[in-house]
Design a protein around this ligand. Sequence first.
Ligand code: SAM
Length: 341
Amino acid sequence: DSEPKKEDLQQIIQLMDGFKASKALFTASKMGVFDLLQRKPGLDAAQVAQEIKAAVKGTEGLLGACVSLGLLQIYKNTDLATRYLWSDSPFSLHGYIQHCNETLWPLFSHLESAVREGTNQHERAFGKKANDLFQDTYYNNQSVKLRFMNAMHSIAKVTGKAVATAFDLSSYKTACDLGGCTGAIAYELTKAHPEMSVTVFDLPEVVEMSEHFHPSHTDNRVSFVAGDFFKDELPKADLYILARILHDWPDEKVHILLKKIGDACTPGCGVLLSEILLNEDRSGPSRGLLQALSMSDGKQRSAAEYSTLLKSHGFITAEIRHTDNLLDAMLCVKEMCSASS
Ligand code: SAM
């Protein structure tokens, strides 16, 4: 044990350098490098520099870092970048990468304060207090709102099919996607289930922008309703979707929402939950545990924790699916007889 082990050092160095790699990816994405090289593969560094209006020396450094990370070959997009990094690819993560750069990066730069205080750091990072993350932070500025919607849309497009096909949903004909944002998951659901129609329910600020995100073949089985799921009546449906909703809220708020869903449901109705499910011993996955560090007022939970929350509103967990995609899924069904019967 007198010498440091190579694998140990590699593991530590990877963690220490992780933020540099993240920022190189974010910067190349923001400066349009992947979009440019998708349109014009084969440029040299000086040509790239001219097109992205940057210094040749700086551009060489950025391109070199991207080559070393497997994102570029000298100089064109690798298959990975072609699939996920330029803005118009079907599975583009460009929108989410912008969100990481503009929102999560500033929040994480205040991680020490977040840990000391146990609160979210929106005020430190952005100069304003966020009581409601959506209404106070994301939606009172049009370009921030669009950036957030693009971020949600990009993840939902990548995960939507895995969520929509995780379970046999053939007995459900009407679904309501609560906080369904751009409708990306709703469109995947109607594609996978030809007899299902889906109502996307989200805040008015989101619904008014939803047309920007309609796929070119709009599907008349997807409709949009504006409202606040804590206050307004929920659209009737026999399946409610909660995709990346509950992790944003503390248990008290989750109970308010689940009670409303429980009241709207008759026996046999379902809730399809889609979240990163933490291991029951909280040993991972690190994606979920790291996301928890951005300290919204919500929290990441395990399947058993979600089951307990849903059980108290009359829903029995029928199936749990750990997909190989970014999000896992649970299907819960409203019990046949309630305590009051
Ligand atoms: N379900 C989408 C997905 O998985 O891609 C979006 C998830 S995003 C993290 C949370 C969504 O909940 C946003 O679209 C937001 O506008 C919506 N939302 C937040 N508060 C809401 C409220 N009080 N009523 C209705 N929707 C709300």
